[in-house]
Structures are given as C-alpha cells and as structure tokens.
Design a protein around this ligand. Structure first.
Ligand code: SF4
Length: 509
C-alpha cells in the first residue's frame, strides 16, 4: 500500500510520515507538496490560523474509487506562546487530523494516538516536574495526543513506580550514571542491531578493546573523582558483557572499583549476561566477588525452534540451568527478557513461555515486542517463511496476556519505551517485583540524568541541568574503530563533561 501526504511544510512532514507508517503492514509513505500518480491514497494536509485558534485539516482520497474522507481538528494557542510552541500546536492539529482519516479508512486503532516517540512517559514527568496537576496532564494526553485511557493509566502507574524506586529522581542531575559497552557475543542473533560481534576468532581485537576500555575507565573515573561527581548507577551492556573470560571480567571490575569515585556508594551495578551460553560458575563467582547487584539472563522464548530460527545458539534447558546456577551462587536480582511476536510464535507459544517463567520467577521481566530494525538479518529477509510473524490481533492478544500474567504474579510495570517498526505499534515494558526495579533503566529511559558511555557503541548523553536539553556523543561501534580512536573520544567526552559540570546549579553556588 502506498500513501502520499500532500503537505507543504517539510519539517512537519517527518512526523506525519512516521504516523502514516503505523497504518497497515509497513505501507510505503511519501510526502511532498505535489500529488503523485501511483499512490493508493492521497492525503491533502493543511493548517490555518486565525487569532488564537488553529485548524488542521486532512482530506483523504482513495485512488481505486475516488472515495473521500475528511477530518478537522482544532487547537488553541495560549497567549505568550513561543514560536516553537506555536509550531508544535499547529503540527499536532495536522497529526490528529491525519490519524483520524487513516483510522476512518483502515478501522485501525492507535492506542498511542499521535505519539510516535520512543519515550512517552517523559511527557508525564515533564508535566509533573513543572507542577502541572495530573488531571491536566491526562487531559492533554487524551485530547491533544489522542492517547487511549488504557495507555494513560499505564504511563501513570509507571511514573508512580519510578518515583517510588527513586524518590529523588528529579534531583539527580548533579550526578551521572555510567554505561559500559562490551561489543562481543557468541553468535549474532537475527533480529539484532546492537554493536555485537562474534567473539570467536577476534581475540586480537578483544584484548585491544579491553586495553582501551580500561584506559577510558581510569581517565573518566579520575575526572569524576577530582570534581567530586557522584555515580548513581553503572550498567554493563553490549553485546554480552559476559562473553569475555572470567579473568578479563575480574580485571575490568577491579579497574572500575579502583578508578570510580566512592564505588561503595553506587546504588546499583548491573551486568547483562543475556546469553546463557556465556555464563559459567567462574564468571558468577566474579560477579559476586565485585558485588554486582543485578544480572540479566534472557530466554527471549522457551521454544527451541524459535531460538534456532533467530540464531540464538543456546538451548532452552541451558537458560533454565544457568538461571538456577546463578540463584544457587547468590544472585538475588535477576532480570529475564521475553519477546512478543518472534517468527513462528503466536499466543500459544507465548503462553508456554510465561508458564516456564512462572517456574523461575525472576525479580524482573522485560517484555519486548518484536521490531523489524533496518539493519537486522531478519528485516533483510522479512518476506521469507522463516521469519513470518503473527497478525496484529495475535500480537495484541499476547500483549494482553503479558499484562494480566504479570499483574497476577506480583510484577509492576516500571519503565516502557517504543521503537520504530515495532509490531502492532505496541511497546516494550519492564516489569519488576516492587523494590527490584533497575534504577539505570529508569534513568536512561526518562533522560533525567547525564549518562557517560564508555566502550564500544556506548552513547554519552549530557542533560543540561537547567533546560533539560540533550547533547549526545557515540563511541565507535566496531572494535577495530574503537581501538584506533578511543583516545580522541575520551578527549571529546572530557570537554563535554567540563561544559556540563560548569552548567550545574551546584557549580554556580
Ligand atoms: S545476544 Fe543480544 S547483543 Fe548479542 S547478538 Fe543476540 S541480541 Fe544482539
């Protein structure tokens, strides 16, 4: 299906295109000021402004029979609104009108309304931080963004849980969290676009990479110590950080403890051990030795055929066995990830995975919805039988099953994020038993704290303490490129950190 959006404002076109892409099974959407001859649908979009009122209009024409549909949405521009606020209000009226005509035409409901961003809960935090009453925030989400009541209630539960886990969430802008990226995995999964390189046969680059990473930890740690900046949380991700040997892990954590300021005051250290085939008793010993609080062992599915199909070269039994081993060896906070909509899976397979999860009862459970990321193997072969996925209704049924299963087992949702090309336009939700939430996940998703990224593919994000504005810097993804350039990235990071440090309210006092 091809949809063409006739819109004059190029900047507004981007969000309109993203929105139209949510309708149907990956429609091809174009935008431009002129009509095109071969589109199945042409939607003409306009906005007009009179006094303090804005009117967005969308008129859809179906090529097959010339049938038309019309939607008009209005908005008010408050007195004293800045040029940017004004622009946003105008765009929202067009977005709502577009959503409306496409909904009329396809009968597809979009529970997230016109919100296409990754972090919907940020909007709620933003309102709360500004002291807006909840009833007003709910009204805004419902009327200005057309978010369903169910999703608003979910957002509110999540925000409340986050504030219970981190009561000082809005006051952590003077501290930082640290993300450390280890870019190796035993094999590459078919849906993966993370910086993850097959560890076999790359020993040369593993040792070169680790040497660079040790240096990054030392230099940045020293800077943080000198400035008296506290670290709230540390997160080892990747890749699979337990792909390296137990000795390499031991040396890395020793470096962290030596270099970081006040390591005993760090509130949480997480190490992803996602692939069960990387976990050994020796590595678990190292994790315990360095007081790692939280690990992640990810089944993704308990159906062996699915694991084989998506290139995860481990068995279901291995996941269970490694989970039990980690428990026996004293790990008391284990996360597990499941994915809704893996190829070949429907509600029955997902119900099986939930039933297996019940036998283990990890402290937290992250339920992802499959997304077709552009660079993955699976997306390149999307049309093939091997990667056939469930229908939208089945995906919704699996999400509903996840919601009721987690609720009846004592899990509470505590963070959520959305991705482009996610099946059913749904979301990824982190659930945890109360008190077992990952603090790092809250901080990274809500973008309320500066994150310093070290290692491969690690993105640093500086949050301006006054304006909340975000500046990003990404380390190279590929180990070879990292080895060649990490010193330059340390310098760039130090410059950005100095700037951030000078802008903190504490610096002024
Ligand atoms: S284990 Fe995770 S990081 Fe590694 S290849 Fe699979 S999805 Fe990617």
């Amino acid at each position: 299906m091809r949809i063409h959006l006739m819109v004059a404002d190029e900047a507004a076109a981007r969000s309109l295109v993203r929105l139209a892409e949510l309708f149907g099974d990956g429609p091809s959407v174009t935008a431009g000021p002129e009509p095109v001859p071969d589109a199945d649908y042409i939607v003409r979009l306009e906005a007009s402004e009179t006094g303090g009122a804005v009117r967005g209009r969308a008129e859809l024409t179906r090529r097959a029979d010339g049938q038309r549909r019309l939607a008009i949405h209005e908005g008010a521009i408050p007195e004293g609104a800045s040029a940017e606020e004004r622009r946003n209000i105008v765009r929202r009226t067009m977005n709502r009108s577009l959503l409306d005509v496409l909904r009329q035409e396809t009968s597809l409901e979009q529970p997230w309304g016109i919100l296409t961003g990754v972090r919907p809960t940020k909007l709620m935090h933003d309102g709360l931080r500004r002291g807006r009453p909840r009833v007003e925030i709910r009204r805004m989400l419902r009327e200005e963004y057309l978010v369903s009541d169910g999703k608003i209630a979910l957002m509110e539960r999540i925000v409340d849980r986050q504030l219970a886990a981190l009561p000082d969430l809005y006051e952590l802008r003077d501290e930082v969290s640290v993300y450390i990226g280890i870019p190796f995995c035993p094999t590459k999964c078919a849906y993966c676009t993370f910086p993850a390189y097959d560890i076999n046969g790359r020993q040369g680059s593993v040792s070169g990479f680790l040497a660079g990473l040790h240096e990054e930890i030392r230099v940045i740690g020293q800077w943080l110590k000198e400035r008296g900046v506290r670290i709230t949380t540390v997160y080892f991700g990747g890749g699979t950080p337990t792909s390296i040997t137990a000795e390499e892990m031991d040396a890395l954590y020793a470096e962290m403890y030596r270099s970081f300021p006040n390591p005993d005051a760090i509130r949480e250290v997480t190490v992803e051990a996602g692939r069960p085939d990387t976990i050994t008793p020796e590595k678990l010993d190292v994790l315990r030795k360095w007081n790692v609080d939280r690990i992640s062992i990810n089944p993704q599915s308990y159906i062996q055929e699915t694991l084989d199909r998506i290139g995860r070269h481990h068995t279901v039994e291995e996941t269970v066995e490694k989970f039990r081993l980690a428990r026996r060896m004293g790990m008391t906070n284990i996360n597990m990830d499941l994915i809704i909509g893996l190829p070949g899976e429907g509600p029955a397979e997902f119900a099986h995975s939930l039933a297996e999860t019940e036998k283990l009862m990890p402290e937290s459970l992250t339920i992802h919805t499959l997304s077709f990321k552009r660079a993955s193997e699976m997306t390149r072969h999307r049309g093939e039988e091997k990667y056939r996925v469930a229908s939208r209704d089945e995906i919704n049924a699996m999400m509903d099953a996840a919601v009721s299963w987690t609720a009846s087992h004592g899990y509470v949702p505590y963070y959520l994020y959305r991705q482009k090309n996610i099946l059913g336009n749904l979301e990824n939700v982190g659930y945890a038993l109360p008190g077992k939430e990952s603090l790092y996940n809250i901080l990274i998703i809500e973008e309320l704290q500066t994150i310093v990224g070290l290692g491969c593919g690690a993105t640093s994000k500086w949050i301006d303490p006054a304006t909340g504005e975000i500046t990003r810097l990404a380390n190279p993804k590929e180990p070879r490129a990292y080895i060649d350039t990490y010193r330059k990235y340390i310098e760039l990071k130090m410059e950005a950190l100095e700037k951030w440090y000078a802008s903190r309210p504490l610096a002024a006092g």
